[in-house]
Design a protein around this ligand. Sequence first.
Ligand code: ADP
Ligand code: MG
Ligand code: ZN
Length: 474
Amino acid sequence: MQYDVVIGLEVHAELKTNTKCFCACKNQAGSEPNTNCCPVCVGLPGALPILNKFAVEQTIRAGLALGFDINRTAIFERKNYFYPDLAKAYQISQLVKPICVHGSLRVGDKVIPIHRIHLEEDAGKLVHGADGNTLIDYNRGGVPLIELVTEALQEPHIESAEEAIAFLEKLRQIYIYAGVSDCLIEKGQMRADVNVSLKPKGSSTYGTKVEMKNIMGFKSVYRAIKYEIERQRDILDDGGVIEQETRKWDDDKGENFTLRTKENSQDYRYFPDPDLLAVEISDAEVERIKKSMPILPDELKARYMNEFGLSEYDADVLLQFKHVSDFFNECVAEYNQPKNVCNWLTTEIMARIKTETGAGPILISKQNLLWLIKNVDDKKINRLNAKEVLSKVWGTNLNSEAVAKQNNWIIDIDNGALDGIVKKVVDSNPNVVAQFKAEADPKILNYLVGQVMKEVRGKASAADVMAKIKELLG
Ligand code: ADP
Ligand code: MG
Ligand code: ZN
């Protein structure tokens, strides 16, 4: 049978703040275990939470970046459950009145509706040792976390693993540009729960969903969804029924297994946290945050394409990493040749910084790179030598101009002298000239260009030399 796939995502992202959500402990990944802790965030009895205003502001910022309505009153609730990484035995979260409601995100041609974003606290982390012991690090406990929930039971919704990944990548990009989260996947700063159901093609009745919680990494999300679609398809094709359950994705095995079924699903017994007042959010506050919003990827993309004439592909490559587009913006502000700057960034620079999980820092200063770009444009250094300079300057304190001078790469040969050398090379290669005249293939002339470049030791523009040879040969 043919099925429609329905996918709902619940995405957690750790907010970028100096301190935790309900205490003054540092919100800092990578510290020594259990050093960013206090009575509040390890849940000692009687310790009182104090809401971090900036965490609320960051949540509002995330919401505004996705077109959400901001509730003027928001409430914190206790979500009760026991787990060793949650010392209080409840998580402060939001159920009835979250901060953000009704947003959306464009993915390709679809605008996916989003139900809500709420603010909650992260739990600590269990560290399973090789010796079979488990240790607990509470540094992450109390770190502000936003949870976004998509609206799967409305049209349009996410319908494939590919679309789910496109959604997550776009969301990640927006959070990073808005400055609300660094979204470092490998540090667990962005994690997704996926809900999957199937229904007969065209049916208006939704199927029973299966949830897979806390999947790390987009590749795993992709595989988990693919697997779950096939699992449900097999069951339905055999005339079976899908149980509503939570399953655990095992990335090593490439399969999932039952964690808990509906019968033993948890009842969190939510109730308003009596230690926290309702959060009142004024119009003025929302306006202030709106005004402070940084420029977002869609707007930048439009500027790159419409104002700078970049292709969509180039714009997307630049926008893939915020520090790359920031660098690009700074370079163009100083040297208004967006296409040339873009070419250097999307090829030479990108090749040097791209890693498996993202991108490393740009290890050349704006001044040094611009010197190269300008001087190639002005034909003061040829492109190959300029790339050599880039290699030598990259990651060092060297200066582009000094390196070019040191290597005698600045083009200072005058036009008359260059004409003479071109003529000499053409005259001493009658066979090549004859072949060119017979076949009329300009590629044959590359040999002559090479000979001229050798004579001038690279201190001429290859394009100029080619033009001169063509002129000479008519
Ligand atoms: P729960 O209370 O089980 O967490 P929610 O109603 O909060 O369920 O929904 C969680 C996510 O699952 C949301 O993104 C929602 O849109 C999605 N969802 C709900 N029903 C379905 C379904 N039948 N198929 C796929 N996703 C669904
Ligand atoms: Mg859920
Ligand atoms: Zn604390």
